[in-house]
Design a protein around this ligand. Structure first.
Ligand SMILES: NC(=O)c1ccc[n+]([C@@H]2O[C@H](COP(=O)([O-])OP(=O)(O)OC[C@H]3O[C@@H](n4cnc5c(N)ncnc54)[C@H](OP(=O)(O)O)[C@@H]3O)[C@@H](O)[C@H]2O)c1
Length: 303
């Protein structure tokens, strides 16, 4: 069989990053990839359709020790999650033409996880989903975001009861007291730093904090301290971190639940789609100045 070769573009991390990531920390490289799959192997050759830009990728741009993900290697390609089409396959579970979801597991390796047997948009619901789920469960939900457009969207599109622009609030303790005069029952932590400190003093007795992310800390050489941890004791607060990796086995069940909700319009989502592989570095960097409105994806090809 004649050897089939195709051009393969990569984004290379030039060096470990300090402070905020910049487009100049990355460079493009072109090489060729062989499409043929040797008989008897379970190799799968993929064409990326969509790539996901995620805040955790910033951590991987630093030299990490004892973390749940591995550092990227300077001089090597940046990897991430996405949606791809199988071009050639030696694995009967992933036949040619099938669309798959790619996830990065704890050690930083790609894994093909699920065939997509539905034709909705590949991105599902990210953190706005948390507020929407809370509304479905009958909670009163207050969100925070970094500009007016996002604040308005939280209230008008995502159905939050209230929302505020944290960049315009100079006393977060007073802000939280304004929105939660009786205290906070549940806080979904995505930010860390000053917000977490203000939340701790405004939690109710036996309140709960799910710790998902701390994006305000990812670009700091020295992370800010948290000063109000004593509230955990005084208010008997339960605070627990979680990682999406631990729940991948529930993803098919999640799709079963979420797709009808999306189709019925009960759960909505917004995607920010950067078109073209060449725009991936700017899309990734933009996450840390709030340039994205909605889940940031990069469209490489629609088929
Ligand atoms: N535990 C897990 O398994 C897991 C999985 C996925 C994501 N996460 C975490 O969840 C959080 C949200 O991630 P996402 O994937 O949904 O992406 P995302 O919300 O699109 O993250 C980017 C947004 O974060 C906000 N931001 C950036 N710098 C900030 C700062 N210094 N302070 C406050 N907000 C800041 C910006 O919005 P504004 O304009 O509003 O500032 C920006 O648009 C992140 O902390 C991420 O690490 C955790």
């Amino acid at each position: 069989m004649a050897e089939e070769v195709m051009n393969n573009k990569q984004i290379i991390l030039k060096h470990y990053v300090e402070g905020y990531p910049k487009e100049s920390d990355m460079e493009f490289k072109n090489n060729n990839i062989k499409l043929n799959v040797q008989e008897g192997t379970n190799v799968v050759v993929l064409k990326n359709l969509y790539l996901s830009c995620d805040p955790y990728m910033r951590s991987r741009m630093s030299k990490l020790e004892g973390c749940y993900v591995q550092s990227f290697t300077p001089g090597s390609p940046i990897t991430g999650c996405g949606v791809a089409k199988v071009l050639k396959s030696g694995d009967s579970n992933f036949q040619e033409g099938v669309v798959v979801i790619l996830v990065v597991e704890k050690i930083g390796m790609f894994h093909l996880r699920w065939r997509m047997d539905y034709h909705d948009s590949p991105q599902l619901v990210s953190k706005n989903g948390v507020g929407q789920f809370a509304k479905m469960l009958g909670c009163c939900v207050v969100g925070s975001a970094g500009n007016k457009q996002k604040v308005d969207m939280l209230k008008t599109k995502f159905g939050f009861d209230e929302a505020f622009n944290y960049k315009e609030e100079h006393d977060l303790d007073a802000t939280l007291k304004r929105y939660f005069p009786d205290g906070i029952d549940i806080y979904f932590e995505n930010v860390g730093g000053k917000m977490l400190d203000a939340v701790l003093v405004n939690m109710k007795l036996h309140g709960r904090i799910a710790v998902c992310g701390m994006i305000s800390q990812y670009n700091l050489d020295k992370t800010e301290g948290v000063h109000n941890l004593f509230c955990l004791i005084a208010k008997r607060i339960r605070m627990e971190g979680f990682l999406v990796f631990d729940y991948y086995h529930l993803y098919p069940k999640y799709l079963e639940m979420i797709i009808p909700q999306i189709k019925a319009g009960n759960i909505v989502y917004v995607e920010d789609i950067a078109e073209g592989f060449e725009n991936a570095p700017s899309a990734l960097v933009g996450l840390f100045s709030g340039l994205n409105v909605g889940k940031q994806v990069v469209m490489i090809s629609c088929e």
